[in-house]
Design a protein around this ligand. Structure first.
Ligand SMILES: Nc1nc2c(ncn2[C@@H]2O[C@H](COP(=O)(O)OP(=O)(O)OP(=O)(O)O)[C@@H](O)[C@H]2O)c(=O)[nH]1
Ligand SMILES: [Mg+2]
Length: 479
């Protein structure tokens, strides 16, 4: 299609379909850039610019032949009070392929207009100081969120509650640095002054806070990525039956034959707002002469090694018999024996060191209904008994694993956050070691300056184009 008039601008005006692809009730097309108002003039037929942020119903025309494409809602957001900080406008039209293409082709005909690249609207918002880097990442996560708690973490991050923590730390560091520099300028003494002691104490306190935040970081990451959960146990204990109840459909084959499941079957679930990647696995026994079953068992063990949470499936009747023989033993003793039988003593050790989360479950309670042991989670996959109780326990466990995001308490959740925080911590560790060595204050000040720069990179005060490209690539076109 021909361009109407040729104009040159240092920066292009971009447009994109911001609602989803394909037929829909209403489609939203956004335009931003120095000539955004041309979209209103050429397509919306406006002689004068409309009132900012007011919704107007207009006939929208193809500017090359004057044909009406559709009637739709038009909004005008002059910069800097817009998402990108630049002049922007929006058309809301009927969501058919023909209407959308009609508007997009018309926009393409306007000089200096071009289709936006993925994430380009957000990139402009970032460059215009509307969002910092952690807020941008939060927005990307919000667009990808599938469960309520994921949404909460992403939303709070997009609203600046994570960057607020980092900016506050950066400010504290600048404050300590200023103090230290004042001491360097004015004091000649060989001994530590009270002022110096005060700065050192505060820096070490901040260091400890950052260390704790890094330690908790896996929680935020697991929440973003989903809690990898494995149903583990001997053959025939009812793992696949349980898996099918959890996903609400017969996803896995169930038979009375031991060794039915071979491949790992995985589903994504939303359990009380937490994202769970649940895997059904082959039952484990000491050995099998069947190479297919052996491969299935190997895959099951790989899953367990990578899991955030293990649902250890056992049989109520077997447990009761074992307790009769070992009356003073506890559930934990039984779990140990059971995991040893499965060849997974190491899983029990990591559980004892609080490194692996396990929920022990006794299945087939319908076969021994009068056995009601306190503190033992019992279910029946045949009649559904105990499943609600299991979901309540699982929810508590998921809260423990992923945390509960609030304005006051948000976790870091990306390898990028971890890297900058660890670099910052490293400088503060060096600061601490060197205070003990009674080293020159100028060197100590340098460690603080570097630590502060790492926090600056974290929120995007200084970023390379490479890093930005990776972050914005996660976005779809139109955002
Ligand atoms: N009575 C009773 N039978 C059950 C229960 N849960 C499962 N079963 C039966 O136990 C048998 C094995 O069930 P599966 O779910 O296939 O067991 P599995 O642990 O996946 O077995 P493998 O895939 O061989 O490791 C089937 O006949 C099920 O119907 C239960 O709660 N009560
Ligand atoms: Mg099975």
């Amino acid at each position: 299609m021909m361009k109407i008039i040729q104009r040159f601008h240092s920066k292009s005006t971009i447009y994109a379909l911001s609602s989803g692809q394909g037929k829909c009730g209403v489609a939203v097309i956004r335009i931003t850039g120095p000539r955004a108002e041309d979209a209103l003039r050429y397509i919306g037929g406006f002689k004068h610019l409309p009132e900012p942020r007011q919704v107007l119903l207009k006939s929208l025309r193809n500017p090359t032949n004057g044909d009406i494409i559709d009637k739709g809602l038009v909004l005008w957001f002059p910069g800097p009070k817009s998402f990108t900080g630049e002049d922007s406008c929006e058309f809301q039209v009927h969501g058919s392929v023909a209407v959308i293409n009609g508007i997009l082709n018309s926009l393409n005909a306007i000089p200096s207009f071009r289709i936006a690249e993925p994430g380009e609207f957000t990139k402009r918002a970032f460059y215009n100081g509307k969002l910092n880097l952690t807020e941008v990442e939060g927005l990307a996560d919000l667009l990808n969120a599938t469960t309520e708690i994921q949404r909460k973490q992403a939303f709070l991050q997009s609203q600046g509650f994570l960057s607020k923590i980092y900016c506050q730390w950066k400010e504290e560091l600048s404050h300590h640095l200023a103090h230290l520099e004042a001491i360097i300028d004015f004091e000649e003494s060989e001994h530590l002054s009270t002022e110096e002691h005060h700065v050192f104490k505060n820096v070490i306190e901040l260091r400890n806070k950052i260390k704790k935040h890094i330690f908790e970081g896996r929680k935020g990451e697991i929440l973003r990525e989903g809690v990898k959960t494995v149903v583990l146990g001997k053959p025939n204990v009812g793992k696949s039956s349980f898996f099918n109840i959890m996903c609400g459909r017969p996803a896995a084959i169930v038979t009375p034959i031991s060794g039915t499941t071979r491949d790992v079957i995985q589903v994504e679930l939303d359990i009380s707002g937490y994202p769970v990647l649940l895997a059904d696995t082959a039952g484990l026994r000491d050995h099998s002469f069947d190479p297919v079953e052996t491969e299935g068992m190997k895959r099951a063990i790989d899953q367990v090694d990578n899991a955030d949470l293990v649902i250890l499936m056992m049989v109520a009747q077997e447990y009761s018999l074992w307790i009769e023989v070992n009356p003073s033993a506890s559930l934990e003793d039984y779990m140990k024996t059971y995991l040893e039988f499965l060849g997974l003593e190491r899983v029990f050790s990591s559980y004892k060191q609080n490194k692996k989360h396990i929920i022990p479950v006794m299945n087939k309670i319908d076969l021994c209904p009068n056995e009601n042991k306190d503190g033992v989670l019992s279910v029946s996959c045949i009649n559904g008994d105990g499943i609600d109780n299991f979901i309540d326990c699982m929810t508590l466990k998921l809260k423990e694993i992923c945390g509960e995001p609030t304005k006051e308490h948000l976790c870091m959740n990306k390898a990028r956050h971890q890297k900058h925080l660890e670099d910052c911590l490293n400088e503060l560790d060096n600061f601490q070691i060197r205070t003990e060595e009674n080293i020159d204050l100028v060197i100590l000040a340098e460690h603080l300056r570097r630590a502060s720069n790492h926090l600056g990179r974290l929120v995007g005060l200084t970023s390379t184009d490479q890093i930005l490209d990776v972050i914005f690539r996660d976005f779809c076109i139109g955002k």
